[in-house]
Design a binder for this molecule. Structure first.
Ligand code: MG
Length: 381
């Protein structure tokens, strides 16, 4: 029986313990296409389930995070990165008594719009679509959940709550004047940053793109590694790497929580409205922000621009560009739904959506079929 009907505790009784500045399900602004409440799942739990059951989410398993499959099988994919962000974000949310269901939905959707081949693929598509609005993965995630997913008979997309859409729109809006978002959104932003910084280091070490001695140049790594060495003696290189990465995650999380709690107390944050009026709350301390800046600079110079990574990246971009040109000239090689989409939104956008939805391996297969098997097309549409 529905709890609403009995007049007893509401269906989302577990939200009673949330902090006054957490987003509550009963205060949700609802969905674009109105739907009745579910009897025992909160609106944000439904959003989470819809995201997990989407085709775009399943494809994340075969999409590059930073390192493509040709470099090995150890490293994160876009799916495992997403799951790590969701776990990290939920830990922060629970410690701050925020709405974990909303945080989980926001985390699971946050990278849904990534094309194949990671940021290299994104840059190539942005170039191909330069004359019609460009391509950006956060905006693409919104297109997926609002238009492109076809799962429900009553509406296009996933019809997610306005709170989840707001979180994704916040990520897409890079403007300096964007207002502070709900803490649930801030938590996911922070968790994403903790995850990619530390896990890219872990992957790069395991793949042999950098050595432990190089990382020892960084104060943040040295301090974390010294902490580990004091606790455990005689670790081999692999044990040291793993334990130092764990320490880096733990250290950043503790710093975020301490900083957020101080800001919440200092600014007397007691409602969602107060969060929106305040500056950023879930951010690293000044000292940790500097450590992260150095770490990110190191990753930029030594890892993301590593010759092995750059070679794979250039090849992937060439393939996407060539496929884009080929499909502009031969849209009949796309599935029917993308040809229909071209009628409403123009051919370049439809080709961009088709390519962006591909996994890395599907893109490679299609490249072979579309470009190598057929006629030659000019490199630009
Ligand atoms: Mg991410």
């Amino acid at each position: 029986m529905n709890h609403w009907a009995t007049g007893t505790a509401g269906p989302w009784h577990w939200e009673a313990g949330l902090a006054p500045y957490a987003v509550r399900s009963d205060a949700s602004a609802g969905r674009k296409h109105p739907e009745p409440d579910h009897p025992y799942r909160s609106p944000f739990q439904r959003d989470r389930d819809r995201i997990v059951h989407s085709a775009a989410f399943r494809r994340l398993a075969y999409k590059t995070q930073v390192f493509t499959g040709s470099l090995g099988d150890y490293h994160r994919t876009r799916l495992t990165h997403t799951l790590e962000v969701a776990g990290t974000a939920r830990t922060l949310a629970r410690a701050l008594r925020l709405n974990e269901d909303l945080v989980e939905a926001l985390a699971l959707v946050h990278d849904l719009g990534h094309p194949p081949f990671g940021h290299a693929g994104e840059a190539a598509l942005d170039e191909c679509l330069a004359n019609c609005g460009g391509f950006e993965h956060n905006r693409q995630a919104l297109r997926i959940v609002e238009i492109l997913e076809e799962r429900y008979p009553g509406f296009p997309g996933l019809n997610l709550t306005r709170e989840v859409l707001e979180g994704q729109a916040y990520r897409a809006d890079k403007g300096p004047t964007r207002p502070s978002p709900a803490l649930e959104i801030q938590v996911v932003e922070a968790a994403d940053s903790v995850s990619y910084d530390t896990h890219d280091v872990d992957d790069a070490l395991q793949l042999g793109l950098v050595r432990l001695e190089e990382l020892a140049e960084l104060p943040v790594w040295r301090e974390a590694a010294n902490y580990v060495r004091k606790r455990w003696h005689a670790l081999d290189a692999a044990q040291l790497r793993r334990a130092t990465v764990h320490r880096l995650v733990d250290w950043q999380m503790s710093d975020l929580l301490q900083e957020a709690r101080q800001r919440i107390a200092r600014e007397q944050i007691d409602s969602v409205a107060a969060v929106r009026r305040c500056g950023p709350i879930v951010v690293p301390s000044t000292a940790m922000a500097e450590q992260k800046r150095q770490l990110e600079q190191f990753l930029q110079q030594r890892v993301y621009r590593n010759p092995r990574v750059m070679t794979v990246r250039r090849r992937a971009q060439e393939q996407l560009r060539e496929m884009f040109c080929a499909l502009i000239h031969r849209p009949d090689q796309m599935p029917e739904r993308f040809r229909h989409l071209a009628d409403c939104e123009g051919l370049p956008r439809a080709v961009g959506d088709y390519l962006a939805g591909m996994t890395d391996r599907f893109a490679r297969r299609q490249y072979a079929a579309v470009c190598r098997g057929g006629a030659k097309y000019p490199s630009r549409p």
